[in-house]
Design a protein around this ligand. Sequence first.
Ligand code: ADP
Length: 238
Amino acid sequence: MNSPQILRNFTSFLKNPRKFILFFGVPGSGKGTYAALLSKSTGFLNISMGDELRKLIKTAETPLFQRISEEIQQGKLIEDAVIFKILEIQLQKSASGVILDGFPRNVAQMLKFEEKHAINLVINCVLDEEILVEKLLGRRSCENCGKSYNLCNIAKKGYDMPAILPQKSGFCDICQGKLVAREDDTETVIRKRMREYAEKTAILLDLFRKKGVLVDFAPKRGVKDFPEFFAKVVKPKL
Ligand code: ADP
């Protein structure tokens, strides 16, 4: 890129800074799916920290990646140096806005992030705990392209969340890759992730609520509830 081009980009950035939207929600609340839908509606860059970490550990078998892989399986948080490096690389991609799913996970990450960026909107996805566990145990994704499915059909407590099944059992509709459960989607690890999530994020959600940037999204029908939420709550804030 030549200097006038860099200057033009920088000037337009100052006039029109990127919007940052964060997604929160316990594991299984659907935040990844809703983040992807929002990215489609807005054209914003969608960064899922969990997906980025999983991609990373697939690339090589170094001791660092081996350790990250073990920590993910145990439901532990990965060190900030790794997380911020991933973020830095992803944020080099151009887009008028960025959707972050799975970041920040604690106050230290939030403060470090806010040194450079303003957070415009935080979407807190809310779902009943019993339903969450069922949904997570039914979750499958394509080991090749990452597309998500769910084998569990939920119709209780006012919830209406049908299974998302592939046309051919066990295989992806898009690329015919094998559908697999995530290694950390076992009941013990799920409960641990929920505890860890509640302990670490309650304070973050409080802070965002006090700042007035947090909105709750409590769908009973999963993705079917998203368009109305987007039109009434999200769009006016963009
Ligand atoms: P879930 O929402 O189901 O917990 P994610 O895909 O967001 O799953 O994350 C999977 C794992 O990746 C986490 O349990 C944690 O080990 C790691 N991870 C994801 N985001 C972060 C982050 N911001 N900081 C530290 N570790 C993270």
